[in-house]
Design a protein around this ligand. Sequence first.
Ligand code: ARG
Length: 719
Amino acid sequence: MKKLILSLVLLASLFQAKADEGMWLPMLLGKQVYNNMVKKGLKLSKDQLYSINHASLKDAILIFGGGCTGEIVSNQGLIFTNHHCGYGAIAAASSVQNNYLRDGFYAYNKDQEIQSQLTVQFLDRIVDVTADVEAGLKGLSWADRQKKLQEVYKSITDKVADKENGLSGRIYSMFKDNQYLMYVYKVYRDIRLVGAPPESVGKFGGDTDNWEWPRHTGDFSIFRVYGSKDGKPADYSKENVPLKPKHFLPVSIKGIKDGDYAMIYGYPGSTNRYETSYGIKLKNEIENPSLVALRDMRLKFMHEQMIKDPAVKLKLASDYAGIANYWKFFDGETKQLTKFNTFGQKQQFEKDFAAWAKGKPEYENIFTEYDKNYAAWTPYSKHRQYLREGILGSPLSAFASSLIALETALTKADASAADIKKAMDAADAARKTFLAAEDMPSDNNILAAVAQAFHRDIDKSQHPAGVYDSLAKYGSLDDEATYKKWAKDVFANTMILSNDKWSAFASNPTAGVLQADPAFAFAATFVKNYNTKYAPLYTAFVSKNNELGRSYLKGIMERDPKAAKKMYPDANFSMRVSYGNVKSYQPRDAVYYDYVTTAKGILEKYVPGDYEFDLPSKQVELFKKKDFGQYIDTARKDLVIAFITTNDITGGNSGSPVIDAKGNLIGLAFDGNYEALSHKIAFDKDLNRTICVDVRYVLWCVDKLGGAKNLIDELKLVK
Ligand code: ARG
């Protein structure tokens, strides 16, 4: 009996949404979830949250670019998202002369808005396609299912694809392949940059403050979606007009209180709340520490050059931010998983599951199988990280390895001249893109360091044949200077970095010349070694894990059908809604964190001339004068910068609207807190917080700092 109680408690705490845990499917909100939202303070009907018959909140939410969320805030297609989501587009629009990334940018009329390469996607509808997917896979073994899956998906999405109206479908596996949903999107492709704060505001606190509360970052940027005159998606054109949205969010400047209702719509990218103890062990012991150590190295070399030269800074900024973001994340994730003993909790849960599964053929061997599967892959896991984050973490090496496609065309017996030309042209175009982003001094150091790290840390039996023998000609393989000398030679001699040599090669490409290139030879040898010997093992490992995961989750639901009704599927970049409250917290004993930060705190952190904590001088002046206008928080007599909520979100939600009980925008979600960085695997009901920039600070920046009253006038302000 005691055991039973223990296991039920564990089941509840591990898998069933508790407190404000849960990333819910907006079109499948159960009665209970909706009632909980109302209990928390929601004042909207279910239909106002999501409807396919008339405009609802979901129509104001969009996928921004490749991996963020944005929201429509005016009847002229104005979009709010995070600064770190618009970052690449802002950097791309910048030059050393017109440095919008550094200085900020506002369009004071629509003609000044800047074209970008971005797309945004609106959700048109969601369809349950489980039966169609299962019909397409009927009778297949697991391995064959995996092989056929994309083909079956395509046959289903082809039926809804509509080029003329920009509609396309994407199928998401839910509950680890126990359910399939198709989301149909309308994709717009004329997206223009409208506004961004200076980087010192948009990334205030830099990587020091990243993933941390208390926070003072003005993490917002502004874009606009354009379509054809009849509202259809279209390529960029002067004739296009701002999109008239089905719904846009009014913006509330009334301010927030501790305990207020907060709801977040958006596109969380990935979670693995049903991860096993085996997965956590591999992550904590091998995957995360390897990635962190290698990124640490690369970042150091990039930073060294970026602080010397604004042109290099602009060139590397976006890549640097992305690498740094998940460097800190994965470091913190392992620290928090260890602190919470998530491994131990999962083990206990698995023990109880195994006891229940005894005598049930479908489930009783799951953990023996997991054990075998992890044991088979673990010896190669570090190698995989060192290839991806190390060897291919050198941009030159990564580009060189992409030339394997050209080598294949050149060595194929029956390749036609047209095939070769096609491959050569593709390589030529890719090289131009590579060169535009290449910073040789940092890359040279990275190449030397990753070559040495691989040699030192990866089991000799897994080294690609020959590479280190030829490197040994430069000196002892235990000596850093050896790798430096070698890397310098690679950079001096590769045709990839010499226009003359490359042109000569491109006019008459041969496999021999390509294979003799030192950068290609190095990178290709590592990639081929991995692809032939280890990639098949990895594919088998992942496939088996998926198969086991599907049964495991099915078993969990079968074991406790009541709890199963309250389950939500793992995040997978499909639209979700999460509800909770504005709320303070206690990160450690005797420490209390307020639920808002203010202008006063910005001035406390401000370090003139600092790489991360500088500010525009105009901002400092206005703050000292307390010139906050209508954006002031009357209770605090200060400008509120950011606030925290209990919402369950993750990467991909960046830029998501934080919405009050009545459907008004109160902030933009932009981060998670350090104390709960284990959130992809386990939600902590006491410590998990979402960090949001207060919309009043956003508007203050636009209005007082940027002077873009034209944008404020476009909004529907709720006062
Ligand atoms: N941690 C934020 C997120 O993943 C990104 C913040 C970007 N800022 C930075 N300093 N790298 O949504």
